[in-house]
Design a protein around this ligand. Structure first.
Ligand SMILES: [Zn+2]
Length: 104
């Protein structure tokens, strides 16, 4: 697949997920009756949503950086060892800045 298309799609997906999460990450209103869910659960869920959100924002950042590298003609090469990044890996994570061995 076209790298630019893959990155743009990835960006759109991430932005949509982020939008959904914003809703879930709203502060828990401790005065509001929350029915079946205990307060602890609500707080835990909010924490999870916040963590997911951080992860998504990080990925978005990586996508933007990858788009920039694409512009500069440096896309697809590992930032550490400068080897070509495996195309299967790029298919799964088009924003990946490192090859599989440098990532781990
Ligand atoms: Zn590498």
């Amino acid at each position: 697949m076209d790298a630019l298309k893959a990155l743009e799609k990835r960006k759109k997906d991430l932005e949509e997920s982020l939008e959904t999460l914003k809703e879930a990450a709203k502060p828990v209103d401790l005065n509001e009756p929350i029915g079946r869910l205990s307060r602890m659960d609500a707080i835990q869920q909010q924490q999870m949503a916040l963590n997911n959100r951080k992860q998504l924002e990080l990925n978005l950042e990586l996508v933007d950086q990858a788009l920039k590298r694409l512009e500069d003609g440096e896309y697809g090469y590992c930032l550490k060892c400068e080897d070509e990044i495996n195309s299967k890996r790029l298919l799964a994570r088009p924003e990946a800045p490192f090859c599989t061995s440098c990532q781990s």
